[in-house]
Write a protein that binds this ligand. Structure first.
Ligand SMILES: Cc1ncc(COP(=O)(O)O)c(C=O)c1O
Length: 393
């Protein structure tokens, strides 16, 4: 069982508020902030190179790759640090040798920035995007996916594991199986799943998986990691934004790519952020992603049940398998009134807008929803308090 008292002690700032915004930017464990502050103090004294390039910090930086690899069941050579999920995603798109007329298969629920990048690819290179249908349940229609793969032979299949605007968990394992059987590159946007559930890239059979540190991973802002499969490395996929860290300059016009995912990084990094993210991933690994997941499933189920008893409550999430993101509106209560009451009561939450989930929100006939995203430092008692507040709207 997860030791909730210990977790809350490790996150003292969760106590004086109702924090339900881990899908936005979560609260970091104290150890993360401490490590970053200590590093910055030392850096101010010694200068960035003397400290950051020294053996001690280099060894500690290596621990970031070990911890991230452990979290998703891979090897450190398959991990790159990234400054956010969108940047990692763009790096991957730039590494795939798209040609005019190529196709990317995606879903109605993929993240805004991924769709935005597809639109640029279309404008520049006429790389088309085709969307797989959802079933009535909201799940990806796998039969349709297979049909689309046979018809288009896409260069890439892309799925956001848990969309930004709804708790739906996409069956990425089934998608990965289909992609691997058909030898198609597969990228998972695990921005909302990394840190809240176990991820095993061997089972997911993906070639790329990008994440964001500040969300359920509980790391600092402007951090994340990217997984790159051995298959993608062996295929010599190299992003356009590459530097001396990813390519060795061997002759005036000749570069040799390194044989690890470091190709997807650049040399200059905010070392304090990498160390902070390492601490947050280690913290989650030490607790165990299974325990975090079980706790979170319990607490989000409790929240869904309690909220659905409120008269006029309209929960927008669809799907048989739901994670720690819940979106709702209360009938006949406007956006501003709802926001004001939540703010007045020290509830931390997000507002999801049409622009962050356009296709899904248009289907649902709405342009906003309140998004709540509990995590394993939240308690049942906090949920009771939250439900009372929402009931008073
Ligand atoms: C599913 C999903 N993918 C990608 C992103 C973008 O992440 P980042 O801001 O780290 O680039 C988000 C952010 O909310 C998200 O929810």
């Amino acid at each position: 069982m997860l030791d909730i008292n210990q977790v809350r002690q490790d996150t003292p700032h969760c106590r004086n508020k109702l924090f339900f915004n881990s899908a936005g930017a979560s609260l970091v464990p104290t150890i993360v902030t401490e490590r970053m502050k200590n590093y910055l103090d030392e850096e101010a004294e010694l200068g960035g190179y003397k400290l950051g390039l020294g053996d001690r910090i280099q060894a500690e930086l290596h621990e970031f790759y070990l911890e991230a690899a452990k979290m998703i069941n891979t090897e450190p050579r398959n991990i790159a640090f990234s400054i956010n999920a969108t940047d990692a995603y763009g790096q991957v798109l730039s590494a795939i040798p798209f040609e005019r007329g190529d196709v990317i298969i995606t879903t109605d629920d993929d993240y805004t920035s991924n769709h935005a990048q597809f639109s640029v690819l279309y404008q520049r290179f006429r790389v088309a995007t085709v969307r797989v249908r959802n079933l009535e349940s909201g799940a990806i229609d796998l039969t349709h996916l297979l049909e689309l793969i046979k018809e288009h032979r896409p260069k890439l299949v892309s799925v956001s594991h848990i969309p930004t605007n709804t708790g739906k968990i996409q069956d990425v394992e089934a998608v990965g199986q289909i992609c691997s059987e058909n030898d198609i590159l597969f990228i998972i946007d695990a921005c909302q799943s990394a840190g809240q559930m176990p991820l095993d890239v061997k089972k997911l059979k993906c070639d790329f998986l990008c994440s964001s540190g500040r969300k359920f991973l509980r790391g600092p802002r402007a951090t994340g990691f990217l997984y790159v499969s051995d298959k993608a490395l062996a295929a010599n996929l190299i992003p356009i934004r590459v530097d001396g860290r990813g390519m060795e300059w061997v002759a005036p016009t000749k570069f040799k790519p390194v044989d690890s995912a470091l190709r997807f990084e650049t040399w200059e990094q905010n070392v304090a952020c990498v160390l902070g993210l390492k601490e947050s991933i280690r913290y989650a690994n030490n607790i165990g992603l299974d325990k975090i997941w079980n706790y979170n499933q319990n607490i989000i189920f409790y929240l869904r049940e309690k909220l659905s008893d409120i008269s006029g409550m309209h929960i927008l999430d669809q799907g048989n398998s739901l994670a720690s993101i819940l979106t709702f509106q209360v009938k006949n209560r406007g956006k501003q009134l709802t926001i004001n009451i939540l703010n007045k009561n020290e509830v931390y939450f997000s507002v999801a807008f049409r622009g962050s989930a356009l296709i899904d929100f248009d289907k649902k006939g709405t342009d906003w929803a309140i998004r709540l995203s509990p995590h394993y430092f939240n308690t049942h008692q906090e949920i009771d308090q939250l439900v009372d507040i929402i009931g008073s709207i």
